[in-house]
Design a protein around this ligand. Structure first.
Ligand code: GDP
Length: 364
């Protein structure tokens, strides 16, 4: 499964957020959050289309798709050089596919800030700096061996060496690898380096209850600071989300959210944004037994999508029968879709689209 890592300085609200993501009450009853390790959890992805499909198909059960979230603790000033929990965070962060960077944008004299005051821009730079240092280490190690092959005179080797030098300079100037402009032919070489700062990032401003709707001056500062990064900035009140999740009934939660001016829990927005950040699409299977959402990487082929259900489906793939979600809702059934000419039979090359309702034919 694809993973999102939550990073940030201590006391910015990471665990609070992780815990409310993990609260089963806010989640689907069919697929409650489950804790794999203390800091890793699987969460279901809220998708209103599932309810619509349920009402049309009347299945025995409905299963949303899932995503993994990892709470990465221990990132402090000097972590890359072994301070605090030191390098332990590294292994965790390398395994993630995208990063949620939590920034403290709430004032609360009772909650100590590690650096004495609320300043999300400074905080962000502390974290970025540690991660950039780690990437620099990686690059420097790699440069030694690249230098040897480049000396052999091979053109391609020289090009890769020059590329590594460019990344190094970029990191040394205090920038993350993700902001380096690369052409398509360079991308695979860069991916091979497994840099941390190349992973897609989303900034999550953790605010007070009074600022969940419109933000505050700290949020504005964050937006300004990252405007060239092509990264999403999301406002969330982690504490308030935790309070929402504590409420027993749906009605109570609705009322509380109304008072705050929210139309849905912030965690739902967060999960959907993270899903986008990971470049994921959803397709559905819809049968009488089960209506279910499945996750594929954007651009996946039909056999790859089949493989998400079972590897045998991919190996023995013959064809896929595909209806669009919109058509299914419009015509109301498979038979009606067929009649309307909205039922496709697709082969191995078919690229799955978000919202496809699929049925696979395969050999065993
Ligand atoms: P972590 O170290 O980043 O995991 O931070 P925690 O989630 O443990 O939060 C640190 C402290 O800040 C806890 O006492 C939380 O209750 C508190 N906290 C977290 N989010 C908020 C918030 O939005 N507002 C306020 N006032 N306190 C918060």
């Amino acid at each position: 499964a694809l993973k999102c890592g939550i990073v940030g300085l201590p006391n910015v609200g990471k665990s609070t957020l992780f815990n409310c993501l993990s609260n089963a009450k806010a989640q689907s009853a069919n697929y409650p959050f489950c804790t794999i390790e203390p800091n890793v959890g699987t969460i279901s992805v809220p998708d209103p289309r599932l309810e619509k499909l349920e009402s049309l198909v009347n299945p025995e059960r409905v299963v949303p798709t899932t995503m993994e979230i990892v709470d990465i603790a221990g990132l402090v000033k000097g972590a890359s050089k072994g301070e605090g929990l030191g390098n332990q965070f590294l292994a965790n962060i390398r395994e993630t596919d995208a990063i949620i960077h939590v920034l403290r944008c709430f004032e609360d004299d009772n909650i100590v800030h590690v650096d004495g005051s609320v300043d999300p821009i400074r905080d962000k730079e502390v974290i970025d700096f540690e991660l950039q240092l780690k990437d620099l280490e990686t690059i420097e190690k790699k440069l030694n061996s690249l230098a040897r092959t480049a000396k052999s005179g091979d053109k391609e080797a020289k090009r890769i060496y020059a590329l590594a030098e460019r990344i190094k300079e970029h990191l040394e100037s205090g920038q993350s690898a993700r902001s380096l402009e690369l052409d398509e032919s360079e991308l695979p070489h860069v991916q091979e380096l497994q840099l941390i700062t190349i992973k897609p990032v989303m900034y999550l401003c953790n605010v007070d209850e009074s600022s969940v709707k419109d933000g505050n001056k700290h949020v504005e500062a964050v937006k300004e600071a990252v405007k060239d990064e092509d990264a999403q900035v999301l406002i969330i009140g982690a504490q308030i989300e935790a309070d929402i999740a504590e409420l027993e009934t749906y009605e109570e939660r609705e009322m509380f959210m109304d008072e705050l001016g929210l139309t849905e829990p912030g965690v739902n927005r967060l999960i959907r944004s993270a899903y986008k950040l990971l470049n994921l699409d959803t397709y559905f299977t819809a049968g009488e037994k089960e209506v279910r959402a499945w996750t594929v990487l954007n651009g996946s082929t039909a056999p790859q999508a089949a493989g998400v259900i079972h590897t045998d489906f991919e190996k023995g793939f013959i064809r896929a029968e595909v209806m669009k979600y919109e058509d299914f809702v419009k015509y109301g059934s498979e038979a009606a879709c067929k009649e309307a000419g909205k039922f496709g039979v697709e082969g191995k090359e078919y690229i799955v689209q978000d919202g496809d309702i699929m049925h696979f034919r395969f050999n065993v």
